[in-house]
Structures are given as structure tokens and as C-alpha cells.
Design a protein around this ligand. Structure first.
Ligand code: AMP
Ligand code: MG
Length: 340
């Protein structure tokens, strides 16, 4: 398949109308969002959704999120209650996915066989203009090869998806860089299934009862089916094994200094000059979790391209936006944590 690449300065009504037409006739379009790039297809078309799984090499029990242009459209595809309306008013459009009981128009192929559906209204204007131009809801997972780090730039997408999709829309670098927060709504109880830029503290300002699914911070045993199927897969993983270092800065710096020369170090900006014998990638200042979130997946991809044998990185905290970093990094590291 020849992939049509629409550059940043070619995004306009005409190219977005073309994207809408491709989607309406069952094709695949990669589009930018504020979280990561999405691999989109018509969410009402079971055959189109199947093409997403094929392009990504994604297991078919791993559901797709349904993207809408206006938070009020959720009602057409899911059973919407008061809790959704409160979440939508506070955080939509934005990096939040809400799991709700699905309506019949959403095929089981999209939801991985579940009777619930994840609904999200992205904040990125290119994403919303594209969905509006398609006139149908858009099922989209992250636009990476399954298991690899999510794409946060059009270059990442091109690397993974050239020749597998009809069109790629370049929207520049994603501003958040980590996938959406996912919450499941049952009555007035919320369960956090995946942490993201809408943090636990933000959710708790609106709801008294917010539980955190064990899968967010822990490794599930083989026979447990998690509430959020994506959580069971090794994910976001670079080719070289990643180890997360849990300990004081002094101990971590000493451990990194002593590492073999073919080890790549992910370090905070202020530490970048401390390791002349190693290849290092700076992931942002220690106090700046937003930049760390934005750079994480690009850093894992860059690490891969160096051919290093091993990667070492600091273990993130489990609060604020860092909970999302923690959640992605323990998966990327297949839960390999070294206590110093
Ligand atoms: P991705 O779009 O690649 O970030 O993956 C979407 C993730 O959303 C899946 O891996 C699931 O973990 C989660 N998800 C989507 N729909 C549902 C649903 N109906 N119930 C629970 N989790 C869901
Ligand atoms: Mg994904």
C-alpha cells in the first residue's frame, strides 16, 4: 500500500476532507493527538477495525478507544450518566478516556469482545477536525507496532506504519507524550485503569470514590484478566532490556558510572555531563515531569537506534504525572527494578 504523507504545512480543509473520505470508505489514517499519534478507522465498521489490528500486529482482545469530535456525541455510542457528564465538563476535550457500557452500533471487534467502550474526545484541533470531517466516530489505538513505544512524532509513525496505512497526518510533536488517562465509571465510583495527564489528584477533586486498579502499579499474575486488557501486555518496550534503578541519586549515579560501556543511560538533564564514558539520553530536569513524559517514548526509540546492550533509568515516583511515567516504565522494563 502506498501511504500518503501530509506534512505539517499541508494540513488544511482539503487534506482533512480527504482524510475523512478515506475513513468513511474503510481506510486507515494516522492522526496526531495531544497524547500520542492514533491509528484511526471508522469505529462503526467492523472490517475497518480489523485492519487496525492487522497493521499494528495487535492481539484482537485488546480493545480500541473510540474518538469523538464533541463530548456530547458519547451518548450515540455509549450509555452516558451523570458521572460522564461531570468528567466531560471538567476534562474534555482532553487526555481522558472514559469506559462506559457500549451501544449496539459499536462492533465487538472494536471493543475486543467487551460490552463496554472507551470514549475519548481529543484536544488536538487536527484530530477533532479530522473526526468531524469523517462524520463517524474513529476507533484508534496508538499508531505503533504492537509492543513498541508509542509514537510521539510523525517520524516515529513513518518508521512503524509506512506502507501499512492509507494516510499519515503530521501534527508535529505530541504535547503530552503519554497515552490518555483511562477511567471506568460505575455509578458514582471511578476506577483508574491507566494513569495519564489527567492525574489521580485531579479526578479526586471531582469524585470522592476513585479506586486505582492494581494493574497500574503491579505485575499481574498470568491467570488474571485485568479490567483494562492492554495492561497485561509487555508494552512500550525497547529491544535492549531496560532496568529501573530504585535508590538515592548518589547511589544511582554511582551504579550508572560503574556500568559496562555498552550500557545506555537515561538521566536527568542536570546529570548529563556526569557520564563521559557512556552514551546518555537526557529525559528532562529532575523536577520537570511534564518534559519527562513528553520525551520518554522518543528516548526509548532513540535508545533502540544506538544498538546498546542494556538501558538504565531512574524509577519514577508514584504521584502526580509521575504515576503515568512509573506505569509506562515498569512495563517497558518488564518489571525489572534494581533496588540500590
Ligand atoms: P491504546 O489506544 O493503544 O493506548 O490502547 C487502548 C487501551 O485502552 C487498551 O489497551 C485497553 O487497555 C484500554 N481500553 C479500551 N477500551 C476498553 C474497555 N472497553 N475496557 C477496558 N479498557 C479498555
Ligand atoms: Mg498503545
Amino acid at each position: 500500500m502506498k501511504t500518503l504523507f501530509i506534512g505539517q504545512n499541508e494540513i488544511n480543509d482539503a487534506s482533512l476532507a480527504m482524510a475523512g473520505e478515506i475513513l468513511r470508505r474503510g481506510g486507515l489514517v494516522v492522526f496526531p493527538t495531544e497524547t500520542v499519534y492514533g491509528l484511526g478507522a471508522d469505529a462503526l465498521d467492523a472490517d475497518a477495525a480489523k485492519k487496525i489490528y492487522a497493521a499494528k500486529g495487535r492481539p484482537s482482545d485488546n480493545p480500541l478507544i473510540v474518538h469523538i469530535a464533541d463530548p456530547a456525541d458519547a451518548d450515540k455510542y455509549a450509555v452516558v450518566g451523570d458521572a460522564y457528564k461531570r468528567l466531560a465538563k471538567a476534562f474534555m476535550p482532553g487526555p481522558l478516556t472514559v469506559i462506559l457500557p457500549k451501544r449496539d452500533c459499536i462492533p465487538m471487534t472494536v471493543t475486543g469482545g467487551l460490552d463496554s467502550v472507551g470514549i475519548r474526545c481529543p484536544e488536538n484541533p487536527i484530530a477533532r477536525r479530522m473526526i468531524a470531517s469523517a462524520g463517524v466516530p474513529i476507533a484508534a489505538p496508538s499508531a505503533n507496532i504492537s509492543g513498541k513505544p508509542s509514537p510521539t512524532s510523525a517520524e516515529h509513525v513513518r518508521f512503524d506504519m509506512d506502507g501499512k496505512v492509507d494516510m499519515i497526518l503530521d501534527g508535529g510533536e505530541c504535547t503530552v507524550g503519554l497515552e490518555s488517562t483511562i477511567v471506568k465509571v460505575e455509578g458514582d465510583k471511578l476506577t483508574l485503569l491507566r494513569p495519564g495527564a489527567i492525574t489521580l489528584d485531579m479526578l479526586r477533586t471531582l469524585f470522592d470514590n476513585v479506586e486505582v486498579s492494581a494493574a497500574v502499579t503491579e505485575q499481574l499474575s498470568e491467570n488474571v484478566r485485568p479490567l483494562s486488557p492492554g495492561m497485561k501486555y509487555r508494552h512500550y518496550a525497547p529491544t535492549a532490556p531496560l532496568y529501573l534503578l530504585d535508590g538515592s541519586d548518589e547511589k544511582r549515579i554511582a551504579y550508572c558510572t560503574a556500568a559496562d560501556g555498552d550500557t545506555l543511560l537515561l538521566v536527568f538533564d542536570e546529570e548529563a555531563a556526569l557520564f563521559p564514558a557512556h552514551k546518555v539520553i537526557a529525559i528532562g530536569k529532575q523536577s520537570d515531569e511534564r518534559t519527562q513524559a513528553k520525551r520518554l517514548f522518543a528516548a526509548l526509540r532513540e535508545a533502540d537506534s544506538t544498538g546498546c546492550k542494556k538501558i538504565l533509568a531512574p524509577l519514577p515516583r508514584q504521584s502526580g504525572l509521575s504515576l503515568a511515567l512509573y506505569n509506562r516504565m515498569i512495563r517497558a522494563a518488564a518489571h525489572n527494578i534494581i533496588t540500590l
